[in-house]
Design a protein around this ligand. Sequence first.
Ligand code: NAD
Length: 495
Amino acid sequence: MSIAHDFSQQTPAAAFLARPQQLLIDGRHVPSVSGRTFNSLNPANEQVIATIAEASEADVDIAVAAARRAFEGPWRTMRAAERGNILLKWAELLKQHADEIVEIESLDAGKPIAAVLRQDLPAAIDTLIYYAGWADKISGEVISTRDDALTYTVREPVGVVAAIVPWNFPLMIGMWKLAPALACGCTVIMKPAEQTSLSALRIGELALEAGLPPGVLNIIPGLGRVAGEALVNHPDVDKVTFTGSPGVGRGIMKAAAGNFKRVTLELGGKSANVIFDDADLDAASKAAAAGIFFNAGQVCSAGSRVLVQEKAYDEVVDRLMARAKSLRIGDPLNRATSLGPVISEKQMGTILDYVATGQKEGASLVTGGERVGHRGYFISPAVFANVKHEMRISQEEIFGPVVSVVRFKDEADALRIANGTVYSLAAGVWSRDIGRVQRFAKRAKAGMVWINTYGYTDVRLPWGGVRDSGLGREHGTVAIENFTEPKAVWMNLNV
Ligand code: NAD
């Protein structure tokens, strides 16, 4: 059985997909130095949708040199307001090409197109507009020290930035990195995930059309262990901004030590969504289901553990099961689809292995957890009840549509379980007791706490975590600090 349509040549993305997909370096499409290519598959039907030039170390060298020239040249010296205007023009082009971009993203990442239209693309555009506005508002301060001196700070762009992006939100997470870096006057080499390079290549073209000077944004598809490693080891890269797995993040920190690159890491999570007996159980269960099944669970902040107080436990499990069963698994290009495939055969295998592990560990699989169809990487949404906190399915990031529902007794128990993994990215809490939710928000080990809701993000709010969830924050004013360095200036007034 094949769930997805075969790709039709009549769609808005057809012209783009029919072109050879090359690297975008120094404002031009170029083949890779080695001539090597790799394929991108549609996860919904396993068909090859594009053959893409594969960057290696030699291409990274060329891209970094181009980014360095652009940094020292036009981008850094351009009036800040003009930089902002180019980013705004880019945002306009993204709006004009919305149908094409969402289709590319949906085909390449297997994401339901309705969700890309509703969330990924609008969030990417919002991010771009937000940071376009920042471009001419970055300032230092005058700091009084002594009477015979004028002492002040300026904020200067960090320099050449390597942006390494995952496959779960290629467009949105890509823009979380590009927009602030470019607004601050940095130049960028972006390496998309090898599974999902296409939206990056298309928006890179639109950036050139918007007037971004050559070399300011270079897109180099390629493999993590080849192009990714070459980028993070490159001595002329000043900063790495990365989203992906903790293992790769650790390697990036080590590699960055070579020339003391600045590093921002957004890694995984095993976030707890905590539901107390007195919560609005209908709203909490709906949000808990969306919190794990959105994007087939491939979300760093997914509420992959739902912690429920004893009295409400059975009701929440039943409601989660009903929500899971109501999801419409299907062709991501169909606007009625709410659950698409996972990204790859490998990821599907990992998720199904975790389902088997959960059963072996003694948890009760109340629904889902099976492959759907024989083509495409579809998994039915899974709910595990009677999960013990120590089980692997409650400790490890599965990154798929699998939720572990854990029982707790009281506030202390909830907090102990919620904080009891190596991750600290997000947490949710549901209760009508205002003191209790505030106590939880204070003590939760998380970069983001949602109270009586789950999953909202906004580029104006800091985003990220600590421990195995990462280092530093993205978004908001923090990102402006990430992509600039303060310089102190001391002027003697007695000469
Ligand atoms: P990954 O960390 O291997 O890949 C993320 C990005 O890093 C990709 O662009 C990849 O090419 C690049 N990369 C890989 N190895 C690299 C290296 N040695 N040096 C530099 N760059 C490198 O993630 P994955 O294998 O695609 O997914 C595995 C797990 O990572 C998932 O199951 C999930 O737990 C986690 N993940 C988290 C997020 C998130 O949003 N935090 C996103 C994707 C994956």
